[in-house]
Design a protein around this ligand. Structure first.
Ligand code: ATP
Ligand code: MN
Length: 477
């Protein structure tokens, strides 16, 4: 039986067997108490092993980290820490763990240390809770869209286009890098590369998702995304997962409504299905916060913050309004921001986003209608010819969690913009044909999955919400 099931069982005095990893063993010469966990829940089951029933050598091998199977009787616990426990009749060591060598001793380890032990960190309370929540969120994403009649679309991971135009792509090739074939003009000859052209790992599946939406009506992608941006921050990975819905006939307002409903749904799903994991992480966060100086502590606990996001409407304002607020803000006037906002066209840095979300509104914020110069070519031009129909959803502690837009569905406007931004139209002939044949207004957005997990779990570093993080200079495991 899984421990989760056992702990919910009402009928005691039954024979059961359980397998799991030993968290701790303590006790006396007469009796041992083993805290066992099998990953099904944050809670351990207590195994009671009377010395008289077991070989002394066997008991000695039951050390932290070892894997055992236990047969015994489920009984009401005499101790105060738990309702039930297992009185063991048989114990088998499936895999021992040398007590001297096992790195995860039963004490508090730093997250940095555990990152280096990523192959074992699933066995800690914190990481098992995080990865159960990651699963719950995956499930919630699919359920949300399925219930709304969206179709999941698998877009290619290998691509020949740089859809974001940021040039932060990992090139892939089967050419021998030591002996690169050259053309007569001395350039690398991609004609004889595997795909007959230069290819890379995708930074987004959006352009293909748009094609899906313009036939299937509403689709979403949920897949890995790769960016070789050399930004060693706590919010960026080189390999992350993105969810990209794309909706035919939707304008920017409907796009924002969907994004807000979607985020609230996912958070509510975790509250409904993973209450114990969240309770654990909430307590963990309080402990962490208490180490900070008073003014650095957040005003809300984890559970409180999740509830707050579900219960409140997100604030919606235009980029121009945001700039006005920021320009007149105290940190801008007193030159406390690293980047001073001087007017229309300024990029919003994370310090500005956090000011709006955490200081000014104290709620999630959606900023719309950004200057065309700081956004991608596919966003729909507004009538002012200066701004585009874009939206960024900003969250407390996280900053940007979603980036989206209404797409430019008018062929002439799209071509004009591509020309201005020097984007190759020949390569994107198929994208342009979607505007030539049966085009329609449509919108979509991209949610960074790990940023959502960070928000829900309260983890502060994105490396701690993906099993095996990929970041600059790091591809271990
Ligand atoms: P940022 O400004 O934070 O780098 P972006 O503007 O590059 O984000 P988009 O291209 O709009 O982001 O991607 C959509 C979403 O994907 C973002 O809102 C964010 O949640 C997530 N995201 C983007 N880059 C990364 C990354 N390197 N690691 C993890 N998530 C990311
Ligand atoms: Mn980025």
């Amino acid at each position: 039986m899984k421990i989760k099931e056992i702990l919910q069982t009402e009928g005691v005095e039954q024979e059961i067997s359980v397998k799991g990893w030993v968290r701790t063993r303590r006790g006396s010469k007469r009796v041992s108490f083993i805290a066992l966990n099998d990953g099904s829940t944050i809670n351990n089951i207590q195994i009671v092993a009377e010395a008289a029933d077991f070989d002394e050598e066997l008991i000695k091998q039951i050390t932290t980290g070892s894997c055992i199977s236990v047969d015994g009787k489920l009984v009401a616990s005499k101790g105060s820490g738990q309702a039930v426990e297992i009185l063991a009749s048989t114990i088998n060591i499936l895999g021992g763990a040398d007590a001297e060598e096992y790195p995860l001793q039963p004490k508090k380890h730093s997250l940095e240390f555990l990152r280096e032990k990523a192959h074992l960190r699933f066995r800690t309370n914190t990481f098992s809770a995080v990865f159960r929540l990651r699963h719950a969120l995956t499930f919630a994403v699919h359920k949300f869209f399925n219930d709304k009649g969206f179709f999941n679309l698998h877009t290619p991971i290998i691509t020949s286009i740089d859809a974001e135009g940021a040039g932060e792509m990992f090139q892939i090739t089967s050419l021998d890098l030591e002996k690169l074939p050259k053309t007569k003009r001395g350039e690398v000859d991609y004609d004889i590369d595997f795909f007959g052209k230069k290819t890379s790992l995708a930074v987004t599946g959006q352009l293909e998702a748009e094609l899906g939406a313009l036939g299937l009506g509403q689709v979403y992608t949920f897949g890995p995304t790769f960016r070789s941006e050399n930004s060693n921050t706590s919010r960026h990975l080189s390999e992350f997962w993105m969810i990209e819905p794309e909706i035919a006939f939707a304008d920017l307002t409907q796009n924002m409504d969907l994004a807000e409903e979607f985020l609230k749904y996912c958070i509510q799903y975790c509250i409904d299905h993973n209450a114990e994991d969240l309770k654990f992480l909430d307590a963990r966060m309080v402990e962490e916060e208490n180490k900070l100086k008073k003014e650095e502590r957040s005003e809300m606990g984890l559970l409180e913050r999740l509830q707050f996001v579900i219960e409140n409407d997100f604030v919606r304002l235009t980029y121009r309004e945001a700039i006005d607020i920021l320009r007149n803000s105290n940190p801008n006037k007193k030159k406390k921001f690293n980047y001073i906002i001087d007017g229309f066209g300024s990029e919003l840095q994370s310090e500005h986003e956090r000011y709006l979300v955490e200081k000014k509104f104290k709620k999630p914020v959606i900023i719309t209608d950004y200057p065309k110069g700081i956004k991608a070519f596919y966003m729909r031009m507004n009538d002012d010819n200066q701004t585009v129909s874009a939206m960024d959803v900003l969250f407390p502690l996280i900053g940007e969690i979603i980036g989206g837009s209404q797409r430019e569905e008018r062929l002439d406007k799209l071509q004009a913009r591509m020309q201005e931004m020097e984007i190759c139209q020949e390569k994107l002939w198929w994208y342009l044909e979607s505007r030539k044949f049966g085009s329609c207004p449509h919108s979509g957005f991209g949610l960074g999955f790990e940023r959502l997990i960070m928000f829900v779990t309260g983890m502060k570093n994105i490396r701690d919400v993906i099993p095996f993080p990929r970041t600059p200079q790091n591809a271990e495991f």
